[in-house]
Design a protein around this ligand. Structure first.
Ligand code: ATP
Length: 575
């Protein structure tokens, strides 16, 4: 085993070259041309050679303390790295690098230096995302006979956003620092200060500040928000100064023009939530599906928000996906359904095997004007608990607003008899909403699955990165390897693959030693690796290697559909 070499920082003049290839900052492990990119890793080795050849002898660039190693990279060059992710910050960076290197998430428009807060999903990311969607859709639509799914258009009549309150009220308070020219959300600056006070044990001060901010936000007192920032000596993290502009409201909706004429009347919005597409189709679905209250309408789709600042990778994006369900109920029964969905949605999360200690409810004390109860389901990411899903009791606000703005009745006739023996009759239903961010769920799933596993023995240091996805969610269900590229083994492996691919997402690999192929599949979370060897030609058996235990067993190839099918079955997560 080679010793870990000294670390070298890439000279600034090469940063451009690196960035052009999609990497922000490189560290080169000299002299062996191994590069660790701080943000991502694709193209690493090629660039390593370019860079290290240029800086090899420049000892001034030596830096001793960069420790963001990822062991599996070093394996590829026979290096073994003793440093695993030391803390949660490193862990998060490693997951982001891993997501890029293994085709899960790429920065959007990367060859043009990226587009802020927009991301693309790669070949494995798209599969994982689809599987998360399927888990949600099956659980909400397939498992509930009174919930149906729709797919409404992103473009909608602009009056919808007036009715929903988004044109007038979907704002964030923003503030600029005049020295750094950086823009912030005023409430987030104050929240950071509250978190700092909490961390220092000054909980009383934190509470006073929180109450002060809540009051200012509620009354939309922007001047007061600025005073809070100034009075609490909140400075810009970049310039360190308190040279702030006034706080202004910033509407988060993207607008564009529909048709050729740029008239004001042709201005439309990219939807900031999928929910309104459900509300405006309430009557269509109820009538065409003969739905009886209580019933739900589910939808998965893109939403767009011009977030003032985007942070934490795919947690806060400008284009993202939501999985929302609006459950229409009889007025007066909403709190019982709210309780039901609050519990049901947490159960859905836990169905994936995640420890319940990673989740918590966060009840809203400050409610939106349309809600009479609201709770967030939060997950503990490396940077703290963050909302993944919201459950809101939205009263009859949305349907009433659409009734008023469209002039169309949004009522339901309830023939059931009430306690007084009379039918409940016509009313505007109340709504419980469950709204989960697909991208946040994706990150949660990835973080939860990611493990840097030390496999060292007394004789040998070893490690692997493995994504322990619930098998139903794994992007690739099984990989099939011929032991060698000759003797008819590839043909036999392909024959088995042609059979299995009818049921499962399968990958075929014949390059490199079997051990390396295992590691590559571990890194994308494939639950099974199937090896076809010479014995297969004689008795039609194969070895199957399990991702989590790394145990191998010999099984008849005819049993593969059953073995794989049992483990990756949706029953495992839905039942
Ligand atoms: P936050 O307070 O984090 O901005 P929110 O309360 O505005 O979120 P909702 O409007 O309730 O979020 O949207 C429902 C879900 O959509 C959220 O729980 C989250 O998972 C997801 N979501 C909202 N905004 C974004 C975004 N900018 N990027 C990615 N996901 C988002």
């Amino acid at each position: 085993m080679a010793a870990i070499p000294a670390l070298w920082l890439m000279p600034v003049q090469y940063k451009r070259t690196a960035r052009a290839a999609g990497n922000a900052l490189f560290l080169v492990l000299s002299p062996e041309s191994i590069v660790q990119s701080q943000n991502n890793c694709t193209g690493t080795f090629f660039l390593a050679q370019v860079c290290s050849a240029r800086i090899k002898n420049d000892s001034k660039l030596r830096t001793p303390d960069f420790r963001l190693f990822r062991p599996h990279i070093f394996h590829q060059k026979n290096y073994l790295c003793p440093v695993m992710s030391k803390n949660t910050d490193e862990l998060f960076k490693n997951v982001i690098s891993h997501a890029k290197e293994y085709g899960f998430v790429f920065p959007s428009s990367e060859i043009y230096d990226g587009l802020s807060a927009v991301y693309d999903y790669g070949q494995n990311g798209a599969e994982l995302k689809n599987n998360i969607k399927t888990y949600w859709w099956k659980s909400m639509v397939q498992m509930h006979e009174n919930i149906v799914g729709i797919d409404s258009a992103i473009f909608m009549h602009p009056k919808i956003w007036k009715a929903s309150g988004h044109v007038d009220g979907f704002n964030d308070p923003m503030i600029d620092n005049k020295d750094s020219k950086k823009r912030y959300r005023a409430d987030q600056l104050i929240e950071d200060k509250i978190a700092k006070l909490d961390a220092e044990g000054k909980t009383d001060e934190a509470e006073v500040l929180q109450a002060d901010m809540d009051a200012a936000l509620k009354s939309e007192d922007l001047q007061r928000l600025k005073e809070i920032i100034i009075n609490n000596k909140i400075t810009c993290p970049v310039s360190g100064t308190a040279n702030w502009t006034d706080v202004r409201q910033f509407n988060l909706m993207f607008s564009t023009q529909m048709g050729a004429m740029a008239e004001e009347s042709s201005e439309i919005y990219l939807r900031p939530e999928t929910a309104q597409g459900i509300f405006v189709n309430f009557l269509n679905v109820q009538k065409s599906g003969r739905m009886k209250i209580p019933f739900g309408i589910a939808q998965i789709g893109k939403a767009f928000r011009n977030e003032v600042i985007a942070r934490q990778f795919i947690i806060r994006m400008r284009e993202f996906e939501q999985m929302e369900m609006q459950f229409f109920v009889r007025p007066g029964t909403e709190m019982e359904w709210y309780k039901y969905w609050k519990e049901a949605r947490l159960k859905w999360h836990l169905g994936l095997g995640t420890s319940s200690t990673k989740y918590r409810y966060h009840d809203h004390t400050k409610l939106a004007h349309y809600a009479n109860a609201a709770v967030d389901i939060e997950y503990e990411f490396p940077f703290g608990f963050k909302e993944v899903e919201g459950i809101h009791s939205r009263t009859d606000f949305d349907l009433s607003q659409h009734q008023q703005y469209s002039g169309k009745k949004m009522q339901y006739f309830d023939p059931e008899l009430g306690e007084d023996g009379k039918p409940y009759g016509n009313y505007i239903p109340y709504v419980i909403e469950t709204s989960i961010g697909l991208d946040r769920m994706f990150l949660l799933t990835l973080m939860n699955a990611y493990e840097e596993e030390d496999l060292s023995t007394e004789e040998k240091q070893d490690s692997r990165v493995v994504l322990r996805f619930p098998p139903a969610l794994a992007p690739v269900k099984a990989a099939i390897f011929p032991l060698t590229k000759k003797d008819g083994l590839p043909e036999k492996a392909r024959e088995i693959m042609d059979r299995l691919k009818l049921d499962f997402q399968i990958q075929y690999e014949e390059k490199d030693a079997i051990g390396k192929r295992y590691r590559r599949q571990d890194a994308i979370g494939t639950p099974f690796c199937i090896t076809v060897d010479h014995q297969t030609l004689e008795d039609d058996t194969v070895t199957i290697r399990h991702r989590d235990t790394m145990a191998q067993e010999r099984v008849p190839s005819a049993d593969l559909e059953r073995i794989i099918g049992d483990l990756v079955s949706w029953k495992k997560v839905l039942a």
